[in-house]
Each structure stands twice: as structure tokens, then as C-alpha cells.
Design a protein around this ligand. Structure first.
Ligand code: PMP
Length: 441
């Protein structure tokens, strides 16, 4: 039974598990946006494997790729030898990249997770530049291994472990709702850019010479916070002028999620490296870095590992990338996401615990606040993490899986699959609004 499974896993598994604590569900089957538990209860899944499942669960295109590859007799594990599957995946991926980037790009297959790719990107740029420092941002999330963890902004996340390798200078991310300089919107982003530039040029600013700047164009775990395009262009200018390689972490934003195939496309910036994982594997683990050939400075063996792109993941990944492109799912994410965000924005007047609605495409955040609390200088009410936690539970009771993120975990995050239907989007909005209304009292 579900209870028995939950009990046995709780007794035997690490206490570091997280999702298992928030969602006492034992998934038995899943299709599209729906997960069915062993108890027969059905849930609409707005977590999508932490943003991995662009096509939802068990999409026919993904299942067909697995079946075809298995039946072909292809070896499932070959270290980093050349294979037709790897060739095909690389073709499919390069076809999605902004042209100015693709023309000069090299790819490196990393260990299976996003954090492995972040680690590789930081290390590559340290090798290429001969510098040690890293520029990273408040609210950023890049992963859990030592280097990626040190680039992650949240002290709450970093202090759970003793560790961190890279010498990171933390810079303000232009979070318009709780703006770092007391001014919101574009003006706040301009101030953040000016501060960054002055700090980098201040010899007594304490900045360790940076091997790279790493950023998310839309912060995911940070609470679905999109950076203004103008700010991204400023970061590109500032790093370009100082010959600091710019790494854009597209682990969560990639493959159509934000309404463009890659989130960098909205601002038109061309990064020096992109870090990719999650959706590029089409449900299976796969992570790569793609970077400008000028930085291809590693000697053979400088960054190796046993699992460097699994054959099945390359097949499911290539199939997913092609399907997202052919079906225009990034455009669909833009349209459905804008509609959902507008509806949520419309709820703010009747549900004052909704402090902010933001995001891009199908990466949506609803920040839950204490409407009785004092406004800060940007016009934001205090965070209300306990209320956000109650919203998540109330959603689960209504058959809706949502995750929390952002400052103190006070933002409800929606990451539905890109194939979400209009009816499903409607059901998500109804259940979420109902849950928020219950918590508002
Ligand atoms: N970068 C970003 C932007 C992420 O959202 C995540 C995962 N949430 C990671 C890196 C780390 O990926 P993984 O969990 O696969 O190590």
C-alpha cells in the first residue's frame, strides 16, 4: 500500500530528501500532465520533475524513441565514444541554438545532472582564463556540488553543508518586486548594472579576478524571477568589455519553457557558454555545456567521467528537442503562460496575499505575502512563507502539485509541461485560486 511504501522509504532513505516530505504521494502511473498515485488519486502536475518534462509524462514521442533505440540493439553505455545517437542529438541541439552562438560552438557531454554541467562550465572557464573567481547573483540556484553550490545565492541552501569551492563575488540580481536598490522595474535593474560595473572596476572592491560570470535569465528556484532584457544586455556588455566569459545557466529555462527555445533569445545576447540539462534529455538524465570555441582550452582528460551522455537519453532528448521545435511549443508556452499570468494578476485585488505575479512563459511565480505587514520602499509586503506552505498543501488536497521557491520559500511556482491543454490550464487556475482563497481566510 501507499502508506507502507512511504513508511519503509522514510525508514531507509536519507533525511536529505525534500519532495518526499512535501508530497506524500506514491506515483504509480503518469501520462501527460497527470500523475496517478497507488491509491488511485489523480493530480495535475505543475512541477514536471522540477521543470524537466517539457512534454509531460510518458509522451508518445519519448516512449517511441526509447523503444526504437532498445530494439536497434544500440549499446546503452559507451563512455564518450562516437555513436549515431550522440551525432543525432548534437545535430538536433545545434539546430535549436541562436545562430551566432551555434556557428562557433563546441559541446561537452557532462555527468548526468545540471550541477555537473555547471561545475564543468566554471572549471572550463577557470582553465581558459587562468583566473579563479566567479561572479554570481543573489537568489541564484546552480546546483549542489561544491562549485555550483558556491555560486548558488541562498545562504539557507549553502549553510546546510560545510563546503563551497569557488571564490564567488555575489552581485545583486534585478528582482523587481524586492528590488536590491529600493527602486523597482527597469530603473532598479539599471542601478544593479551600474553597481556591478563600479564594483568590478574598484581595485579595493574585493573582487577575486573572475574566470566567469554565471547567471539565469529567469531565476527558477529563486522564485520565477525574470531579469529585464536591458539588464541582461548590460551584463553582456560589462563582461564583454572586461573579457569575462558569460555563462548562462539554461538548465531550467531551456527547451521552450520561457516562450523562446532558449531564454537568452529574448534579450538577444550571445553568451560564451550555455549550461543545459533537465528538458534536453526528454525525461532521462543528460547534461551538457555548449561554449564558444575560443574557450576550448581543456587538454584531453581535463574533465572526464564514466557517464557522459547515455544513449537512451540522447535518443529521447533529440526526439524532444525536435518535437518542441516542430510543434512550436515555445510559442505555445508564451501564449498559455501569458494568459495564466494575466488571470493570476487579476486575482490580486480579491486575494491580497498575492503580492506579486511574475515569470516568463510557463515559468510562473506567485509570491505570497502578509498583506497586513508594512510595505517596503519598493511597495512589497513582507514574505509569508507559512501561508505559502499552506497554499501548497491546499493545492495538493485539490489534486494540484505545485512547488515553492524564492525568498524564504514564499513563492508558489508553476512549471507545467509545454503541452498543457487549455482545459488543464483552466483547472490549474481554478484549483490554485481556490487554495489561495482558503489560505486568505
Ligand atoms: N541550474 C538551475 C538553473 C537549476 O534550476 C538546477 C536545478 N533545479 C540546477 C542548475 C541543478 O540541476 P540538477 O538538480 O540536475 O543538479
Amino acid at each position: 500500500t501507499a502508506d507502507g511504501i512511504l513508511r519503509r522509504q522514510r525508514a531507509r532513505e536519507s533525511s536529505a530528501r525534500t519532495y518526499a516530505r512535501s508530497f506524500p504521494i506514491v506515483p504509480a502511473r503518469a501520462k501527460g500532465m497527470t500523475i496517478e498515485g497507488t491509491d488511485g488519486r489523480r493530480y495535475l502536475d505543475c512541477l514536471s520533475g522540477a521543470g524537466t518534462l517539457a512534454l509531460g509524462h510518458n509522451h508518445p514521442v519519448v516512449l517511441e524513441a526509447i523503444q526504437r533505440t532498445v530494439e536497434s540493439g544500440a549499446p546503452l553505455h559507451v563512455l564518450d565514444l562516437a555513436t549515431p545517437e550522440k551525432d543525432d542529438f548534437t545535430d538536433a541541439l545545434f539546430a535549436t541554438l541562436p545562430k551566432a552562438f551555434a556557428d562557433r560552438a563546441r559541446i561537452h557531454f557532462c555527468g548526468p545532472a545540471g550541477t555537473d554541467a555547471v561545475e564543468a562550465a566554471l572549471k572550463l572557464m577557470q582553465t581558459a582564463t587562468g583566473r579563479r573567481g566567479v561572479l554570481a547573483f543573489t537568489g541564484a540556484y546552480h546546483g549542489m556540488t561544491a562549485g555550483a553550490l558556491s555560486a548558488t545565492g541562498s545562504v539557507a541552501i549553502r549553510e546546510r553543508v560545510a563546503g563551497g569551492a569557488a571564490e564567488v563575488t555575489r552581485l545583486p540580481y534585478p528582482y523587481p518586486y524586492r528590488c536590491p536598490f529600493g527602486v523597482g522595474g527597469e530603473r532598479g535593474a539599471e542601478l544593479a548594472a551600474t553597481y556591478t560595473e563600479r564594483l568590478l572596476d574598484d581595485p579595493s572592491g574585493g573582487v577575486v579576478p573572475p574566470a566567469a560570470m554565471i547567471l539565469e535569465a529567469v531565476q527558477g528556484e529563486g522564485g520565477a524571477v525574470p531579469a529585464p532584457d536591458g539588464w541582461l544586455r548590460e551584463m553582456r556588455r560589462i563582461t564583454g568589455e572586461r573579457r569575462i566569459p558569460l555563462i548562462v545557466d539554461e538548465v531550467q529555462t531551456g527547451v521552450g519553457r520561457t516562450g523562446a527555445f532558449w531564454a537568452v533569445e529574448h534579450s538577444g545576447i550571445v553568451p560564451d557558454a550555455m549550461v543545459m540539462s533537465k528538458a534536453i534529455g526528454g525525461s532521462l538524465p543528460l547534461a551538457v555545456i555548449v561554449y564558444d570555441q575560443d574557450y576550448d582550452g581543456w587538454l584531453p582528460g581535463a574533465h572526464t567521467g564514466t557517464f557522459r551522455g547515455n544513449t537512451l537519453a540522447m535518443a529521447t532528448g533529440a526526439a524532444t528537442l525536435r518535437y518542441v521545435a516542430a510543434e512550436g511549443l515555445a510559442e505555445r508556452a508564451a501564449v498559455v503562460g501569458a494568459r495564466m499570468s494575466a488571470r493570476l494578476e487579476g486575482l490580486r485585488s480579491e486575494l491580497p496575499v498575492i503580492g506579486d505575479v511574475r515569470g516568463r512563459g510557463l515559468m510562473i511565480g506567485v509570491e505570497i505575502v502578509d498583506p497586513e505587514g508594512e510595505l517596503d520602499s519598493c511597495g512589497a509586503h513582507p514574505v509569508a512563507p507559512e501561508a505559502a506552505e499552506r497554499v501548497r498543501s491546499a493545492c495538493l488536497e485539490r489534486g494540484l502539485i505545485v512547488e515553492l521557491g524564492g525568498r524564504f520559500g514564499s513563492t508558489v511556482r508553476l512549471l507545467p509541461p509545454l503541452v498543457i491543454t487549455d482545459e488543464q490550464a483552466e483547472a490549474v487556475l481554478e484549483r490554485l485560486a481556490d487554495a489561495i482563497a482558503e489560505v486568505s481566510g
